[in-house]
Structure formats: structure tokens, C-alpha cells
Design a protein around this ligand. Structure first.
Ligand code: ATP
Ligand code: MN
Length: 464
């Protein structure tokens, strides 16, 4: 008998087939007419398969009547057209084999309506709920779209290192990687840690971005992208920050900021239309249970051109907004989340790209504009999430880059390999970084970033 997934078995064309289903019981209801209903889910889709179990089965009394949420079963039977609303098929069981029991008193997922806070303490089981199943499927679809999009556009996937020897990449606090014994650290005569005795013979960290290494391949192969784990040790306990997250970083030789913006825009558009097309059932759930604007936001993302405004213009709008922000606005400040959200949610009510930021608030590698004050940076801001992409055209002029590094108190010597790209056959190039989890938040409407990654790492939290 063929083994069908629930998503296959729920299709009308499967009616009439003898099939086997393997999954977990969500609920059991017993009818007075001498049979029971089981709702079976196997993760292949949001919907369950309804199974009708006749009392005649040999293990009906001894086993079927003891089944409850979380038990795993193999059911054989015939798929029939279902008279019930909301499902095309149901399974008339000929046998029910129990693989694993779940004690109804102890099983934490027995009850419905747990808070997300509680479910974070049950990260190993929460994927069995509707919400986390839907998040996992949407996240998977997005990852598939990411690769398809870049592969179709001729971008090469490059794996940049997770352990990095670059001192600082200008993007926040880093986690140290070491094999030195913290209780017995080797010291130099002056008391400083002797890193020559460490595993790599120098200080090393977990990467905060694959960009610098990515640039080396873009400046050889043309168009590349990286997609890997990224680490930031900032102690920011917000609903949009993780200590470990996944970042997509395309980098393209001969791209200017304009082409970079076009790339970011068509990329997000593609993700949105793929999710609309392939995750409709999960999206229905998010609209109904999480955020009723989720589908409208995606449709807008897929169809409406992004508004593009300079940082200077954005500051002018904020100054004239009449809002009282917690962080007052003036030219030169780093835009805070409240400012970003006002711009994208209140002022424009759609995704926007802000470009040409003051150099003081951006990284050293961003290309200096002719005004000497701003750099070719861009941030994509979307309603509900704020910053989802940060990118720039990179400084390709050796002398300007070295001067910027000194301004930022970075030692050009330490970046000798990065500067070589400017010494030998330098070209204009550009790229951006997109946080996968912020994208999943944007698509699903999930309010907290801890609920869109299987095992979130945040300050004081790494249980699993
Ligand atoms: P923010 O200002 O929101 O903290 P950032 O400016 O430090 O972000 P970038 O260095 O520009 O972030 O990183 C590129 C992208 O990576 C961001 O646009 C965002 O989507 C994502 N990102 C950055 N930090 C985090 C984090 N701690 N957790 C999850 N995603 C992140
Ligand atoms: Mn940024």
C-alpha cells in the first residue's frame, strides 16, 4: 500500500486509493455510532487528515480509544470523498498501528493556546503546533526562493568562513573563538593574553558578516552570494535581534548603488510572490491567527515599486512630522527603529529604500560621495519590521579607503588582503545583507524574532 503524506492524501484526486498514512494524532473524537475520528498531521501541510476508525478494528478498545494528542500512528485504509466542510478527503481506516504513546497528562503540547513565551521553553516540541509548523514551512520556501533567485541571475554561492581572523568588520560586537583555558590563560610579561598560544595563534571570532570575504570572490567571479550563520554579541534584547541568525549577502562586481537597489527590490518581490503562490494555506493561518494584514503586505511587496529617498530627505520628513520621538531627530543621527517605522508605516505605508547616509554612522568600506559627508549606503525598510536589508556600494579607490580606515581608527595593515582588491584590478562593486529571520517575520507577521528560528540564541538563553 503506498505511503502518502497528508498533503497528498488531502487532494481530491487521491480519492479511491488504498493508502498508508504516518503521522501524529492531533485529536480524537468518539462518535456514538460506534466509530472514532482521528485528526492526523505529519507536518507536510497545515491541514490534518481526518481518519474514521470503525469499532470493529481488533485494537479499537485496547488502543484506539486511548489515543490522544502526540501519539504516533500508521493508518491503512481507503481515501474517500469527505462530506465535511474544509476537506476534500477522509481516510476510512482498515488498520491503526500505534508506534509511540504520549502520556496525556505529561505531554506539554496536549493543551491548545499556549503562549509563545511558554512555547520557547519547549523549543524541541513547539514545531508540532500549527504556528511553528507553518513558520518552518514558510522559512523553507523562502530559502528555496533565495537560492533560485540568485542562481537564475547568475550569482554563485560562496561559503565564507564562520571563524574569522579579521579583527573587526565594523558591524557590532563579536564572540571570541578560543581554546585557551579561561582559568589558566597564558600571559605575556606585560600581563596581556598571549594569543600566540591560542589555537590559531591569534585572536579569532565568530563572523558578523561574510561581506569582506565575499568581496574577494565577487572581484574574481563577478556575482556571488553567501548564505550562512552570522553572530552578534550585542546585548540587545529586542524582538528583532538574535545572537545567531542567518544572513544572505549578495555581492556583485561592476554594480553601482542603483543596480544594488534594483537587485534588493526584485529579490524581495520574488520572495513575496513565491510565498503567495506556494504557501497559501499557511498564509491563511497567519492572516487569521497572527496578523490580518499579512497577505496584503506580501501582495504590496510583490507588486508596488519601493519608494527611494535620501537620508537627508528622510530626516527632513521626520523633523516635520510633528511626532514626539523618544530619540530626537537631526541630521547626522543613526535612524532608530521608531524613526524607521514612522517612515515606512506612517509616512509611506509601503517598503522604502533610504540611501546616502552620513559617513559617521556607517561602515568604513562604503563608497564616499563627492560631498565628502555621505556614503553610498542603502537600507531597505519595511512596515512592521523596520530595517530588513543594509547594503552599499563599496569604496573601490585605494587612497580614499585607506583614509576612511584611519578615520575609523582601523589599521590598514590588518586589512592588507582586503586592500589588495583595490591594488590589483579594482572595480566598482556593491552588495547587501539581508537577515533571513527578519524576512520570515515580515512574511508571517510573527512579532518576535525568537519565534521564526527553531532554536533562538539570545542573551542568557541557549538551553537547546
Ligand atoms: P540593526 O540596526 O537593525 O541592529 P544592523 O544595521 O546592525 O541592524 P547590518 O549590519 O546592516 O545590521 O546587517 C544586515 C542585516 O542583517 C540587517 O538589515 C538585518 O536584516 C540583519 N540583522 C542584523 N543584525 C541582526 C540580529 N542581531 N538579528 C537578526 N538579524 C539581524
Ligand atoms: Mn544596517
Amino acid at each position: 500500500m503506498p505511503w502518502l503524506s497528508v498533503v497528498q492524501a488531502r487532494k481530491a484526486e487521491s480519492v479511491g486509493d488504498g493508502v498508508e498514512i504516518r503521522g501524529w494524532v492531533r485529536t480524537r473524537r468518539d462518535s456514538k455510532g460506534g466509530f472514532s475520528f482521528l485528526e492526523i498531521n505529519d507536518g507536510s501541510c497545515m491541514g490534518n487528515l481526518q481518519v474514521i476508525v470503525p469499532a470493529e478494528l481488533g485494537n479499537y478498545q485496547s488502543e484506539v480509544l486511548k489515543l490522544g494528542a502526540g501519539c504516533s500512528v500508521v493508518v491503512e485504509g481507503e481515501l474517500k470523498a469527505s462530506p465535511a466542510k474544509g476537506q476534500a478527503t477522509e481516510l476510512a481506516a482498515r488498520s491503526v498501528r500505534v508506534l509511540g504513546w504520549a502520556d496525556p497528562v505529561a505531554y506539554p503540547m496536549q493543551k491548545k493556546g499556549h503562549t509563545f513565551e511558554f512555547l520557547r521553553t519547549q523549543a524541541h516540541l513547539r514545531a508540532r503546533t500549527n504556528t511553528f509548523g507553518a513558520v518552518a514551512r514558510v522559512r523553507n520556501r523562502i530559502c528555496d526562493s533565495i537560492h533560485s533567485f540568485f542562481q537564475e541571475k547568475g550569482f554563485l554561492l560562496v561559503h565564507t568562513p564562520i571563524i574569522t581572523g579579521s579583527d573587526c568588520e565594523g558591524a557590532g560586537q563579536m564572540f571570541r573563538v578560543t581554546t585557551l583555558d579561561p582559568a589558566n590563560t597564558p600571559r605575556l610579561p606585560d600581563g596581556a593574553v598571549d594569543y600566540s598560544r591560542d589555537f590559531f595563534g591569534k585572536p579569532t571570532h565568530l563572523t558578523v558578516s561574510g561581506q569582506l570575504e565575499g568581496e574577494t570572490y565577487a572581484c574574481s567571479l563577478g556575482r556571488i552570494y553567501t548564505f550562512g550563520p552570522t553572530f552578534r554579541a550585542e546585548n540587545s534584547n529586542t524582538a528583532r535581534h538574535l545572537a545567531e541568525f542567518w544572513m544572505i549577502e549578495p555581492e556583485a562586481a561592476f554594480f553601482t548603488l542603483l543596480e544594488n537597489m534594483d537587485l534588493a527590490e526584485s529579490f524581495l518581490r520574488r520572495i513575496a510572490s513565491d510565498v503567495l503562490e506556494h504557501c497559501s494555506e499557511d498564509l491563511d493561518f497567519f492572516v487569521e491567527r497572527i496578523d490580518k494584514t499579512a497577505r496584503a503586505a506580501l501582495t504590496q511587496l510583490a507588486t508596488v515599486p519601493f519608494r527611494r529617498i535620501s537620508y537627508t530627505e528622510a530626516v527632513r520628513l521626520l523633523e516635520n512630522s510633528g511626532e514626539s520621538f523618544e530619540y530626537p531627530v537631526r541630521w547626522g543621527i543613526d535612524l532608530q527603529s521608531e524613526h524607521e517605522r514612522w517612515l515606512t508605516e506612517k509616512q509611506f505605508k509601503q517598503p522604502i529604500i533610504v540611501f546616502d547616509y552620513p559617513k559617521e554612522i556607517k561602515a568604513f568600506y562604503m563608497r564616499l560621495n563627492d560631498d565628502g559627508k555621505t556614503v553610498r549606503a542603502m537600507d531597505v525598510l519595511v512596515p512592521r519590521v523596520g530595517e530588513i536589508i543594509g547594503g552599499s556600494q563599496r569604496e573601490e579607490r585605494l587612497d580614499v579607503l585607506e583614509a576612511r580606515m584611519r578615520e575609523c581608527h582601523l589599521d590598514p595593515e590588518a586589512y592588507w588582503w582586503y586592500l589588495d582588491l583595490r591594488r590589483y584590478g579594482t572595480v566598482p562593486h556593491a552588495g547587501f545583507g539581508l537577515g533571513l529571520e527578519r524576512l520570515v517575520q515580515m512574511v508571517t507577521g510573527m512579532a518576535n524574532i525568537r519565534d521564526v528560528i527553531p532554536f533562538p540564541r539570545t542573551p542568557q538563553s541557549a538551553e537547546f
